[in-house]
Design a protein around this ligand. Structure first.
Ligand code: NDP
Length: 400
């Protein structure tokens, strides 16, 4: 039985904690540590009489390496699951190196003052993790995360070569608010208001935000508008899946969301540049986050389904082949099981499975890795067992 330190106590962390508690054979002890300890305590209170997993809680500022080191030295975890925010990735990785702890996260590092995420900062830790004999698993949510595992699985079992990948992220859920985000509003709005981009022939092609729009008819959700976005797994999959000619990422957005976002952008509310307000410096986007609904509160009111997956085009035995791997997840089913909506669920379940892979020794190797660099099979098996079953389509409609 192993020990996991879970950092963060938000929407995703809550699912990770619930799912770890469903597997006490792997997660013998967990420590939930976050900035606001009361949120950790609330999770502990909800779960401790329902599981054999032993739960402790702590307060930590994960921006501060010495605080993290003190906590790790005291608790002595085997792995640290980082489900705080992307800004904390590097400090947590530093603490893991200092204390000899394996590491896993769901989003790549992004500096607080620049809305630009890329892997270079975390990939720069490779040699240090290798030398320390420690494993770091990067981006192990759904996208990035399962989308990378799907790619490794498709390459292993369905193709000799994959040439095109389209990742389609559809949220057909309705929370009843005119405007709310399904995960941390600050991270979400930074992501969708940035320029779009995709990789073609080894080069990034940049687009204006929301410039490329397509329609797609999603299984169990229906017809939706989707828009091309920049997304972090494009960068790693273009390197790790040989033969790739083009890789794109699309996300669905409803008209109400887009209209509100445009208006908020036009009045400057999505800016990350600090401004002075009544003698105090504030960041407009952080203020906006404070007035928007907390994503963790959307669970009871969100109905509908998500459908996220990858369409692959490649070659098998000299012939062109098309293959679609995807998962459909029901917001209300997630809420019944763990008290969260499907966006938190589809992120938290893969984070727990990734940690399980490392703790069981199945994904244990020294260095810093993206998920597609590991054997996908045991992870795919756990997706089916842990609430995110996948479906295959051998004749999918392609995205123009
Ligand atoms: P939330 O905002 O709900 O939760 C973030 C948590 O981190 C909060 O509990 C917050 O504490 C805590 N936190 C923030 N800063 C610190 C700090 N300095 N020290 C300690 N704790 C801190 O976010 P979500 O749960 O929605 O998202 C969690 C992560 O998952 C994000 O990185 C997000 O980008 C990622 N994600 C990944 C997806 C994927 O598919 N790969 C999809 C969706 C999200 P406090 O309560 O005090 O605010």
């Amino acid at each position: 039985m192993k020990k996991a330190l879970i950092i963060g106590a938000g929407g995703v962390a809550s699912v990770v904690v619930h799912k770890c508690c469903q597997h006490p054979d792997v997660f013998g002890e967990i420590m939930i540590a976050s900035r606001t300890k009361s949120k950790c305590d609330a999770l502990k209170e909800k779960l401790e009489n329902t599981t054999k997993t032993k739960i402790q809680t702590a307060q930590v500022d994960a921006d501060k390496v010495p605080e993290l080191v003190a906590l790790m030295k005291q608790f002595q975890p085997d792995i640290c699951i980082n489900v705080a925010l992307p800004y904390q990735d590097l400090t947590i990785m530093d603490a893991c190196l200092e204390c000899g702890v394996d590491y896993l996260d769901t989003a790549n590092y992004e500096p607080l003052d620049t809305a630009k995420f890329e892997y270079k900062w975390q990939w720069a830790y490779r040699e240090r993790f290798e030398k320390a004999g420690l494993t770091a698993v990067l981006g192990c949510g759904f996208d990035p995360g399962v989308t990378g595992v799907f790619s490794a699985y498709a390459l292993k079992h369905q193709f000799d070569e994959i040439n095109y990948i389209d990742i389609l992220d559809c949220n057909g859920g309705d929370h009843g608010y005119p405007f709310a985000t399904n995960f941390n509003p600050e991270i979400n709005i930074r992501e969708v208001s940035a320029k779009g981009s995709y990789i073609e022939d080894g080069k990034w092609v940049e687009t204006e935000p929301m410039e490329i729009k397509r329609e797609y008819n999603f299984d169990q959700v229906g017809m939706k508008d989707m828009y091309l976005l920049h997304h972090e797994e494009l960068e790693s999959l273009a390197i790790h899946i040989p033969g790739i000619k083009r890789i794109r990422f699309f996300m669905t957005f409803g008209q109400s969301y887009l209209t509100h976002l445009k208006c908020l952008e036009d009045v400057g509310m999505t800016s990350i540049e600090p401004i002075m307000y009544e003698g105090r410096e504030i960041v407009p986007l952080q203020f906006l986050k404070a007035v928007l609904p907390d994503p963790a509160s959307l669970g009871p009111r969100t109905v509908g389904k998500t459908n996220i997956g990858n369409i692959f085009i490649g070659k098998k035995d000299g012939k062109e082949k098309h293959y679609y791997l995807y998962n459909v997840c029901d917001h209300q089913e997630c809420y019944k099981e763990v008290g969260s909506q499907a966006v938190s669920y589809t992120t938290g379940v893969p984070a727990m499975i990734g940690a399980m892979m490392v703790l069981k020794g199945l994904w244990k190797k020294p260095g810093v890795f993206n998920v597609e660099e590991f054997d996908p099979d045991p992870f795919m098996e756990q997706l089916n067992l842990c609430g995110l079953p996948w479906k295959e389509d051998f004749n999918p409609v392609l995205v123009p």
